[in-house]
Design a binder for this molecule. Sequence first.
Ligand SMILES: [Mg+2]
Length: 293
Amino acid sequence: METILVVDDTKTNLNILIELLGDSYDIIAAISGEMALEIIEEEKVDLILLDIMMPCMDGFEVCAKLKNNPKTKDIPIIFITAKIDEESIEKAYDIGGSDYVTKPFKPKELQARVKRELELIKLQNELQLLASTDPMTNLYNRRYFTKISEHIMDLAIRKDESLSVLMLDIDKFKSINDTYGHQIGDEVIISLANELQEHQRKSDIVCRFGGEEFVILLPNTLLDGAQILAQKMRQSVEENILKIKDYTLSFTVSIGVAQIDIKTEKNIEKALNRADKALYKAKNNGRNQVCIS
Ligand SMILES: [Mg+2]
């Protein structure tokens, strides 16, 4: 059930909203703007219904505060108010309101608008997820990796923590495709993705970088630790016997490992290049091995 925060300084109005929406949603009620801001710090809220005319802090002020806070700026706000002058309506949209309902409202209309607003948010989240994941493996894609690696770099620098990266590539993938066909090739990629996810720790970011190439970001991990993890992954891939359709096959991976120098490096690019070079070395040394940079 989605959670709706209803804010109004009149108790009767709050009760009407609870009555109207309480069967379909979790409702949290706030009797003032200040109270609404306190609640939003503690609770996960999907939508806010906000009265405008309230003593001390009016709805506009509450809305402006929420829209200025990165944590709450994406929560949609529907104003519910007796104010019907054009200026108020304009202001409500200008400061970031999603919708504007005037009192007295028709119950059906309010229910429909609430429903539509929540559906929009759900759709937006789904789109965001689609844009950040690789549809074949459900791993993060390169685009998301670029974005998230910036955040993780920032965090590592602030906390003065180590950060390492693995670059991993399926050995002789072309010959797998040539021998068994692309469909089996895809299954091999999916099985590797599952294998990597089994070995990843909670904070690791596993990403399909493209084709048969994967990158794993390892927060709070030194080069040694990253190397051990890479060896475990390499070994478990080697030992994994796949049965796909009529075929029984196994495959191997090569992995390049690098640590990011958080004291001197501003982004992950250089470390990625080092990991890539280490991967190249692993391939040249005969594949199915881990090389560090
Ligand atoms: Mg009021």
